[in-house]
Design a protein around this ligand. Structure first.
Ligand SMILES: [Zn+2]
Length: 137
């Protein structure tokens, strides 16, 4: 869910006691939790899983619009750092390890931790309206 780091970055730009920041961070945590769960084995379980993810996407879109003030925002150069983390995790047995229930085991991976730090330290975002761009990210 690529909207996660965008909403998280926008929320992090707000003061720590700002209610919209807290609400957005709750939505991000909920989405991450939903993504960490296995979809289930039966069709109804998989449909429910897809519906929960869809609700998170919709909620994150609402937070994006609220936090961005309607201005298109892109991450730069965070996408590069995020893709590095993404590519690592998809190919890493430690990052992709699951427990006996099929849920991500959240094992410690120093390489992923370092890539996550690179991502966190990368410049946050650029407002495309300020540079003559446009369109939704
Ligand atoms: Zn890893």
């Amino acid at each position: 869910m690529l909207s996660l780091p965008v909403v998280e970055a926008l929320a992090d730009a707000l003061p720590e006691d700002d209610p919209p920041r807290a609400c957005a961070n709750v939505a991000v945590m909920r989405a991450r939790t939903r993504m960490s769960l296995a979809p289930g084995r039966t069709l109804p379980a998989r449909l429910a899983y897809a519906q929960r993810l869809a609700r998170s996407v919709s909620t994150l879109c609402d937070h994006y619009e609220n936090l961005s003030g309607g201005h298109p925002v892109v991450l730069y150069p965070q996408p590069v750092a995020l893709l590095g983390l993404w590519n690592h995790c998809l190919g890493c047995e430690t990052c992709m390890a699951t427990d006996e229930h099929g849920v991500n085991a959240n094992l410690c991976c120093p390489a992923a931790d370092a890539l996550y730090e690179d991502y966190r330290r990368a410049p946050r975002h650029v407002d495309l309206t300020a540079v003559g761009g446009g369109g939704r990210p």
